[in-house]
Design a protein around this ligand. Sequence first.
Ligand SMILES: [Ca+2]
Ligand SMILES: [Ca+2]
Length: 313
Amino acid sequence: MKNSEIFSTCKLLILTSSIIAMPVFAQQYANNLLVNGDAETLSSSNAVPGWMIQGNVSIQKYGSKSGFPTATDSGLSNPGKNFFYGGNEGEAVAKQVVDLTFAANDIDHGHVQMDFSAWLSGEGKQNDSASIILRFLDANQNELEVVEQLSSAEQSSGKGFEQRQLSWILPESTRAIMVELHFNHVQGASQSYIDDVTLILNNNSESGACAAVYEVDGRVHLPCVDVLDAKGDRQSYDVYLQLVPNSTPYRFVLKSIAQGVLDPDGCEGLFESSGNLQLPCVSVPVNESERAIFPAQLQLVPSSNPFTFELLP
Ligand SMILES: [Ca+2]
Ligand SMILES: [Ca+2]
C-alpha cells in the first residue's frame, strides 16, 4: 500500500479578516468566556453591553410586546428576563471577540476543546432566521477556521427557541474566537431571536481517551490518528507501532492500521502530508506504578517498507 493511499491531506485555507478590538476580560477554563451572553446586562449608555452591533440589534424583555415570546414560550431552562432581538430592518449582527491567550500553550498542543451553545429562534413561513458564525483567529487576527453550521430550524414556530451546540478542538495558534450573532428579518415583525450564548474552554490534556500509550516492551498504541483527506474531511485510524530494538534515534515500525472512530478529545494524533506525525499526548511509564503524559513528534522515514517512523528530538 502506498503512503498516499493511507494518508492524504489538504491545505488549510487561511483567510484574513478585519477585527474591531474589544476589551479583554479575566479568562479561565470551564467558565463561560462571553460577556453578557444571556442578554441580562443592561446599560443606559449602550444598547447591548459587551457586543459590537451592526444594524438594529437590541435587548428586549420576554413578553413585553405582542408577538414576543414569553419566558415560558422560550423553552430555555434559564431564559432570564431578556433576549437578543434582531429588529425589523433586515440583516443585523452582534459580534464579540473572546480572548484565549491564557490557554495558548495548551491550544498549541491540541489539548483545548471549545464547547459552544446558543438558543436560536426563527419563523419558517416568513423566513426570519437566526444563526451563529464562529471565527477562530490567530495572534494577528487572521482567520484559521470558520464554522457556519449553527442556524435556527427552518420551520420554527417563531416562539420557541432551540438549542444549538458545537464542540470543537481549537486549531493550533488560535488566540481568539469571534462570535457573531446573525439576525435575518425577511417579513412581518421580526421573529429572529437569540439568547443564552455560552462559550467554554476545557483542557483535555489529562483525560484524553485518544492518548497514545507506550508499553515497556516497546509497543505503542495510537487509538486516534487523524488525517485530512482531499476534501478536508477528517478520517481517524487506530494504529500500532513497535520500537526497533537498539535504534538510535528511536525508530518505530508500523505493525497494524485500522479504521478508527473519530473522537477528537484533544489527544488525537495528526498525520501530515509531510510525513510528520504529531502526538500531543503519549502516556509513558515513569516508574513501576506511575505514568506521565508527554508530547512527541515522529517523522516517517522516506521510502521505508514497512513504514518506519523516527522520533524527533
Ligand atoms: Ca436571557
Ligand atoms: Ca416575521
